[in-house]
Design a protein. Sequence first.
Length: 281
Amino acid sequence: MMGASNPFGILIAILAAFVWGSGDFVGGRSTRGRHPYQVLALVSITGVVLLVLAAWLRGETWAGPAVLLWGSVAGVSGGFGLAMLYRGLATTEAAVVAPTAAVVGVVLPVLIGAALIGLPTPLQVMGLVAGTMGIWLVARGASATARADSGLGLGLLAGIGFGGFFVSMAQVPGGSVFTPLIVSKSVATLLGVIVVLQQRQPLLTPRDNPWAVLAGLLDAAGNVFYLIAAHMTRLDFAALVSSMAPAVTVVLAGAISRQRVAPRQWVGVGLCMAGIVMIAA
C-alpha cells in the first residue's frame, strides 16, 4: 500500500471505476428475467476463469501465505457485502440501501487510510469529501420519498463488506496481481453457488446469459485495475476514485438506454469529477 499520491495510480483507479461502472450497466441487463444470485454466480465464475488464464499467461505464481490470507478475507468481505446489498435491494428501499452501501464502502478505507498513512493535503481532503458526496447523490437515484430507516441497516452491512474488500486487497504484497484476485473471486464464487443451490435455482451457463459473462469479464478487469491502483497510490484515493463506478453507470444508462437521470445524479457526477481533479492535484 503506497503512502503518497501517484497520478498514474489515480489514472488506474479511474480505469477501475470506468470498467466497474460499465460492468454494472451490463450486469443490469443480465438480471432481466433472472434471479440476481444466479447472475452473480455466473459473473463470479467468469471472473475466476479470466483471472486464472491471465495468471497463467503472465506466469504468476503463488507469492506466499499473505496472498492466500488477504485474498480470502477480501473474498468473504466482498461476498458478504454483495449478499447484503442484494437482500436490501430485494426487500427494502433501493434509494436508501444503495447509497448507504456506496458511501460506507468508501468511508471505511478513507478512515483506515488516514489512520495508517496520515491525512493528505487540505485540497485532497476536499476532493475526498466532494467525491463521497458525489457517490451518494449518484447512487441515491431519482427517488426522494424513501424512508430513511428502510434499508439503512443492510446498507451499512453491505458498505462494511465493500470497505473490507478495498482494505484487504490493499494489504496484498506488491508484485501479486492475479493470484490474490483468484483467491478472492473463488471464495466469492463458492458463496454465490451455495446461495443459488440453497434457493434451489439452477446454475446458469454462458449460453443462458452472455450478458452475465461480459459483466464477469468487466468485473474481473475492474478488480485488477483497483489492485494495481492500490499498490501505486494511497488506499483512500484508490478506493474513493474506484468507487465512482455508479457515475459511469448513470451516464451510460442515460446515453445508451435513454433512462431518466435525475438532476441530483448529474450533480453527483460533477462532484465526482471535481473530487478526482482535487485528489490528483
